[in-house]
Design a protein around this ligand. Structure first.
Ligand code: HEM
Length: 66
């Protein structure tokens, strides 16, 4: 049974918090480091070209759906 608080907080399975989605889209476009010590994820421009907000959104939705 899901609790109401879990639902409103957006932590129910399949419903990631919007801020978590935004953070990942941001990292996918601009890179950065946070969770892997000093190893950064390179920005999209260094990985072969710029990544549009729409494409970042599509990629993050796919990653979070796995
Ligand atoms: C299309 C290609 C890529 C996709 C879709 C992708 C996706 C992601 C996502 C979604 C995260 C955030 C994970 C999270 O915070 O939950 C992440 C982090 C990371 N990625 Fe990538 N990535 C890609 C390419 C790369 C490449 C080419 C590298 C290195 C050469 C890389 C290195 C890293 C590192 C080191 C992190 C952790 C950064 C941190 O400490 O927060 N990624 N990646």
């Amino acid at each position: 049974m899901c609790s109401a608080s879990a639902m409103t907080a957006g932590v129910a399975y399949g419903e990631p918090e919007p801020s978590a989605v935004d953070a990942r889209e941001h990292k996918l476009r601009l890179g950065g480091k946070a969770h892997w010590g000093d190893t950064p994820m390179p920005p999209a421009a260094e990985r072969g070209g710029p990544l549009s907000a729409q494409d970042a959104h599509t990629l993050v939705q796919w990653v979070l759906s796995q």
